[in-house]
Design a protein around this ligand. Structure first.
Ligand code: FEO
Length: 413
């Protein structure tokens, strides 16, 4: 059975779903699965856009053969060399020996490094602004370095307004028969996965994503075909706006992520006490995560989502609890910026962790504003902390109002 679907009259989806992979890139848990997208254009020349991960090659080759229906394949465009998309290059070249492979110069360099067998006669290098006509469809190729690797290209079909976006606009999650974002409830069921995918995988390279968005804004895009997740043909502006915010490190929502490190539940209780106070005061857009049992990718995604982060941590070896330190280091590695932070610290005899967290933030994170109000616990939350807890909740809410005011002012200017 084939799992082909039509994107347009002559463009076919020939990729597939992976429900079996537990860790994407052997790091990120994907209980929602993932797709590896590939597209086949039937024009005067038949053109295949990218390949797939090795795990679904058999179905993929059957899909291609079904769509070609005895015709030959003329071109294989490789937008991105990462093996979740490039694994089947040799299989394609072996089955269709007359195929010409189109990629960036660095793409071909990576092909050689990975040991793919594409000879010089089969290779066609394209660079920024190059155009190719495959018949009715005319394409322009654009470089998209660091979205997500340096060799990445995106291409645009100027005839039908289709953007082949490589990893951009992708998401975790399996399609299971659906193809288009308008065939699912994307905001309810997919947005969290899209945010977790983008922020963890390309989060570090926000300025490069911004470059692609700038290039994309100069053409009339009607359809976006990413390498993972659904194809976009409606409401493109809504999703592009999400990408714009994530890549500018602008919080998506006014809200609070409380992340706590707690050994015996006392710091956890303080985190929950703050959550209750915030909700009591009307700020109910609050999530609470245990740093020790929440995969870092979910914490990073929520850091990109919410405007305020509360870090609640025990002191450990006179410093920051190791898992919380990892979280801070990940924020730095992914270049997260422009957040307001509040601190709850705990220590039974030498409570140093609050100062250490603040020091780490000051030295390593850009445009992070640490609120001066801090709650200090000596082992456990007690009556003596009540005023400080109240002040911290008020301070978070006041800072939201201030940020809102500044935004409104700049929007009116
Ligand atoms: Fe989906 Fe960067 O590969």
């Amino acid at each position: 059975m084939y799992t082909v679907r039509k994107v347009t009259d002559d463009l076919y989806y020939v990729g597939g779903n992976d429900h079996r992979l537990e860790l994407f890139e052997n790091i990120f848990p994907i209980p929602e699965g993932v797709t590896y997208n590939s597209y086949l254009l039937k024009d005067e020349k038949n053109v295949l856009f990218d390949t797939v991960d090795w795990s679904i090659v058999k179905d993929y080759l059957e899909n291609i053969s079904e769509v070609l229906d005895g015709e030959d394949l003329d071109y294989l465009v490789i937008h991105h060399l990462e093996p979740d998309h490039a694994a089947a290059i040799d299989e394609i070249v072996l089955r269709y020996p007359d195929v010409k492979v189109i990629a960036s110069e660095q793409g071909f360099e990576f092909m050689r490094q990975y040991g793919f067998h594409v000879n010089e006669e089969q290779s066609m290098i394209v660079a920024e602004g190059d155009t190719i006509s495959f018949g009715k469809h005319n394409f322009v190729f654009l470089e998209a370095p660091m979205v997500h690797w340096p060799e990445v290209l995106v291409s645009f079909d100027t005839t039908d307004g289709v953007l082949f976006a490589a990893d951009a606009f992708g998401t975790f999650g399996t399609l299971d028969g659906k193809l288009f974002a308008d065939e699912v409830n994307f905001e309810r069921d997919w947005l969290d996965s899209a945010r977790r995918y983008l922020t963890n995988i390309v989060g570090k390279y926000g300025p490069f994503v911004q470059d692609v968005l700038k290039k994309a804004s100069t053409v009339d895009i009607k359809i976006i075909c990413p390498l993972h997740g659904p194809v976009w043909r409606e409401n493109l502006g809504w999703f592009i706006d999400k990408y714009d915010k994530w890549s500018r490190y602008e919080p998506e929502e006014e809200g609070v992520m409380i992340v706590y490190a707690s050994m015996y539940g006392n710091t956890e209780r303080a985190a929950q006490a703050l959550a209750s106070r915030l909700c009591d005061k009307g700020m109910t857009n609050v999530v609470v995560h245990d740093v020790s049992n929440t995969h870092m990718s979910y914490l990073i995604a929520d850091t990109f989502k919410y405007s305020h982060i509360v870090i609640a941590s025990v002191t450990y070896n006179l410093g920051i609890y190791p898992v919380m330190k990892n979280f801070l280091m990940d924020l730095e590695a992914l270049n997260v910026q422009n957040r307001t932070v509040a601190i709850i610290e705990n220590g039974t005899w030498a409570c140093t962790v609050g100062d250490k967290i603040e020091e780490y933030i000051d030295e390593n994170l850009k445009m992070f504003d640490v609120l001066p109000e801090r709650v200090t616990l000596n082992s456990a939350l007690n009556k003596a902390n009540e005023n400080d807890m109240e002040a911290l909740a008020d301070s978070i809410i006041e800072s939201m109002a201030k940020i809102r005011e500044i935004k409104e002012k700049s929007a009116n200017q």
